[in-house]
Design a protein around this ligand. Structure first.
Ligand SMILES: [Mg+2]
Length: 355
């Protein structure tokens, strides 16, 4: 996400500030307008609103007044807003505040102890627009794997997805290692993130058609003790940055941290992560694709009720030779790489739309 933080509104000791640092460490691009910006590689301090270009922020984030946040969002043509607030503040909102709030697709972040108060006294905002902070020590929220950061990221992504309207859309689910980037085997060094040929152009074409691009990755290296969750986020952050330099903004990343024998349900070919993503991103699974360099990825696509696609990058060529005897069965489609798969996805969609 490209985020404008209304820094002057942010409590210097508060949970939101810490979680925003964690969000930057997940690879989102934050511009910090006014106030005391945290010193963090992904956070750019900005003195004046006019120093930011239109299109440089999809999401605005702040605390306190919806009016203060909304007009900055309008100026930048941002698509959605996240506002950290409290039950007492919400209760005092007048018409102007409500109108400003409705003008951007906004979500409110509130403390858990405020939830009763909101339920009793704030009947004018639909409950689906509220997100409860995760609890625990706010200062630990700077870690990218902390629940507060997860919550902030998902709230922002959900707000952006809902801003596009209520209809569910076909999504492009895609594996990471060997599919988007060069396969290194348990990659934990961000410096080794290298896009495969054709990936950037393919994803750009999808993004131009507003197709959600959602990375779904088995990261069993965490469960096997080969690297930490923080280490994985550093690699994901690098992936986001490398793609951003190519003009591509990932809509979301989902990962399974468990070892294959851990008995979890989220590991591909399980479909739990894709179902969760479909809910967050308003994706329609039956017309979505899951693209990856393993037969397991293609099997996941079929298991979700959509299309399973194998690409010949990474392990893909070896996997293709094993199709006949594989427990995962035959992929619906096989392509050279993500670029070719993205073009085919768009062609299928166009054919369906014009049928
Ligand atoms: Mg892979």
């Amino acid at each position: 996400m490209k985020v404008l933080v209304h820094g002057a509104s942010i409590d210097p000791q508060g949970r939101l500030r810490h979680a925003l640092v964690g969000l930057a460490r997940r690879g989102h691009a934050l511009q910090w307008l006014e106030g005391d910006a945290p010193e963090e590689p992904g956070i750019t301090p900005v003195a004046r609103l006019r120093d930011i270009h239109h299109g440089d922020a999809d999401l605005v984030v702040g605390e306190g007044s919806p009016w203060d946040l909304a007009w900055r969002g309008w100026r930048l043509r941002a698509r959605a807003a996240l506002l950290a607030t409290s039950g007492r503040r919400l209760e005092r909102w007048g018409l102007l505040e409500r109108w400003a709030w409705e003008s951007l697709h906004s979500q409110a972040l509130i403390d858990e102890e405020d939830s009763e108060h909101v339920l009793r006294h704030v009947g004018h905002i639909p409950l689906e627009r509220f997100v409860l902070w995760a609890g625990g020590e706010p200062s630990s929220a700077q870690r990218p794997e902390s629940p507060d950061v997860e919550l902030l990221e998902r709230a922002g992504e959900r707000a952006l997805a809902r801003q596009l309207g209520p209809l569910r859309r076909p999504a492009f689910f895609v594996d990471r290692d060997g599919t988007l980037i060069v396969e290194h085997g348990y990659l934990s060094d961000p410096a080794r993130v290298q896009l495969l040929p054709g990936v950037a152009a393919g994803l750009r074409a999808l993004q131009a058609e507003r197709i959600p691009i959602i990375v779904v990755s088995n990261q069993s290296g965490i469960g096997r003790g080969k690297f930490t969750e923080s280490g994985m986020f550093a690699v994901m952050a690098r992936l986001r940055a490398v793609l951003r330099a190519e003009g591509v903004e990932l809509d979301a990343i989902y990962y399974c941290p468990h070892a294959p024998d851990g008995g979890c349900e989220c590991r591909k070919p399980g479909t739990v992560l894709l179902e969760r993503a479909a809910d967050d991103q308003q994706a329609l699974l039956v017309s979505s694709w899951m693209v990856g360099d393993k037969l397991l990825d293609a099997a996941t696509g079929r298991a979700m009720g959509g299309t399973g696609v194998l690409v010949r990058t990474g392990y893909g060529r070896d996997e293709e030779e094993r199709i006949a005897g594989s427990e995962f069965g035959r992929p619906d489609r096989v392509y050279e790489g993500v670029g070719e798969a993205a073009a085919a996805f768009l062609a299928v969609r166009e054919a369906r739309d014009s049928a």
